[in-house]
Design a protein around this ligand. Structure first.
Ligand SMILES: Cc1ncc(COP(=O)(O)OP(=O)(O)O)c(N)n1
Ligand SMILES: Cc1ncsc1CCOP(=O)(O)O
Ligand SMILES: [Mg+2]
Length: 539
């Protein structure tokens, strides 16, 4: 087997990726753009959100919420303060506007010096402030602009001059990547139309889209009489209803600011827009759930705890690198029985698979004691980290947390992906095994990053695993909003035919025995990778 450099993966990134947003000033190289065998120095990106918003003296909303949400999601947050409010859990007692020229000065200070990835706006209380912001963004372009059209506080107090409505719509929305009104704000932006149903929210999203943003999210959290919190996401073509649980609590002050700054943080980390919105919605729901019984202040609406995850040691935000679906290309899944048979340690097997060009690794160790598994997992985390290859753990969330792996893969009879997401946080990769469209839909709703679909071919590696064939695989891929990796009986003879199916969201193959039930793991992996690359080139 020759040791020529491995082919880079040819499949382009998804078209809706953040990298397609306006004028990126910095581009981060994909870890897959260089041969996997080279242990490259890992860059340490610090995703940066600038919030342009008002200060809330009560600490629950505005700048204070934005800084906490970004911190919780692993982004740096700088701030330009547009107004100082005197505010508590009873409402807004006063608003003091920061002079416009001083807002310009703050914007200039931050944008001229720091590499801001995403700007998020909140309270923009005058026409002049909106104009100054637009001028600054033209002078210092950023990757994305998230506009939360704050006009009225949750307590019902006005936070912007009514004359700003027009220049919000005409100037700012045209520059925005996403606008996130709640139903009251959407109604105001559209001249007072009443919104009572999800269908009304769709119409509102389509009307607001016409003002120029790339995406619109109309939030239905304020809609009465529903056990669900339904938001409508619109990209100009398709409406997607995002359903969450409505948490019964008084502590909802700052949810709008938090959602928008969480979207901004995820975009700054490199997520696509839809993924960023889903992570943000899950984050707000979890924060409300964990804070529902907290009490601060005596008024009707209290703040919630953005940093609730710090109460769950050993919570760790992780690598902060967003999941790249292309990493599913050649997915190596280990097996302790096979390693033992060939006298390979888990570490040596993983090293060899990476040397051979595996793009992601899963430790699937069914017969190893927990302590031994954890020690091996820690060593594999280091091996994978130094090669820029993500490492996932099969089934065992405890092991993944303890070794700070990049994620977990679960099946239909394991802990639910929703629970795993809650335990691991937003920065980790979660995969779910799915055999049906309904399971794929559930995985998406639960916040998974990809699905594994199979067995595509008969396998002896997993007992009692029905074979789906190409038809079953195609049906699941077609229904899945998530990227898919095929698994089950895949080897050097049939891997090409899987990739040649040319299914857009089928990103690669996951393989156990064809790599690990072999003496020469590296050579087998190189061979399979070159077969996959050739197959990809031919579609
Ligand atoms: C990538 C990938 N896809 C599917 C599976 C199977 O997971 P599961 O159904 O939980 O079965 P076990 O692997 O736990 O036996 C997988 N592991 N990886
Ligand atoms: C874990 C798993 N899940 C579905 S099939 C399978 C086994 C895949 O192993 P192999 O690649 O040896 O067929
Ligand atoms: Mg499992």
């Amino acid at each position: 087997m020759s040791s020529a450099p491995l082919q880079p993966i040819l499949r382009p990134h998804p078209p809706s990726s953040i990298s397609s947003f306006s004028s990126p000033r910095r581009t981060r190289p994909s870890p897959l753009a260089r041969p996997c065998r080279l242990a490259a120095a890992r860059e340490m990106p610090w995703p940066h959100v600038l919030t342009v918003a008002g200060s809330d003296s009560g600490g629950g909303a505005g700048i204070q919420a934005d800084v906490k949400a970004c911190a919780a999601l692993g982004a740096y947050c700088s701030s330009v303060i547009t107004a100082v409010t005197a505010q508590n859990t009873a409402g807004v007692q006063g608003v003091h506007l920061v002079p416009e020229e001083f807002i310009r000065k703050q914007l200039n200070s931050v944008l001229s010096d720091m590499s801001v990835d995403v700007v998020k706006t909140g309270m923009l209380p005058s026409v002049g402030i909106v104009q100054i912001l637009c001028e600054s963004l033209r002078k210092f372009p950023v990757k994305a602009l998230v506009v939360d059209p704050v006009m009225v506080s949750t307590s019902g107090d006005s936070l912007s001059d009514p004359s700003t409505l027009k220049n919000y719509r005409d100037e700012l929305f045209a520059m925005a990547d996403i606008v996130t009104p709640n139903v009251k704000e959407a109604s105001k932006l559209l001249g007072g139309v009443s919104l009572h149903t999800v269908s009304d929210m769709r119409d509102a999203a389509a009307s607001i889209y016409k003002f120029g943003p790339r995406y619109v999210l109309v939030k239905g959290g304020d809609m009465p009489d529903s056990s669900e919190a339904i938001d409508v996401f619109y990209d100009g073509k398709e409406f997607i209803e995002l359903r969450g649980h409505r948490i019964k609590t008084r502590n909802t002050h700052g949810t709008g600011c938090t959602l928008a700054s969480s979207i901004a943080a995820e975009l700054a980390k490199g997520s696509t827009m839809l993924h960023a919105v889903r992570v943000a919605k899950n984050f707000v729901e979890s924060a409300l759930d964990h804070s529902k019984d907290l009490t601060i202040g005596n008024g009707p609406q209290g703040p919630f705890d953005h940093l609730f995850r710090l109460k769950f040691p050993p919570y760790n935000i992780g690598s902060q690198q967003r999941f790249n679906p292309d990493s599913l290309f050649l997915y190596a899944v280990t097996d302790s029985r096979m390693n033992k048979k060939w006298g390979h340690s888990i570490e040596d097997a993983v090293k060899a698979a990476i040397e051979g060009g595996a793009t992601i690794v899963q430790l699937r160790e069914k017969d190893v004691e927990s302590r031994e598994f954890l020690e091996a997992a820690k060593a594999c985390v280091e091996i994978c980290k130094s090669s820029g290859v993500p490492l996932l753990i099969n089934d065992r969330v405890d092991i993944a947390l303890a070794c700070n792996a990049d994620g977990v893969h679960v099946g239909q009879s394991d802990i639910s992906a929703r629970k795993v997401r809650e335990l691991l946080g937003p920065g980790k990769i979660i995969g779910v095994s799915c055999k049906t469209p309904a399971q794929a839909e559930q995985a998406w709703n639960d916040g998974a990053d990809y699905i594994g679909c199979g067995g595509v071919f008969p396998t002896t590696t997993k007992a009692n695993n029905p074979t789906l064939g190409f038809e079953g695989l195609k049906t699941v891929c077609l229904a899945s909003k998530l990227p898919v990796v095929a698994i089950g009986g895949i080897n050097a003879t049939n891997a090409g035919s899987v990739m040649e199916l040319g299914i857009p969201n089928l990103k690669g193959v996951a393989v156990v025995s064809a790599l690990f039930d072999r003496e020469h793991v590296m050579a087998e992996t190189m061979n399979l990778r070159s077969i996959l690359t050739n197959a990809l080139c031919s579609v």
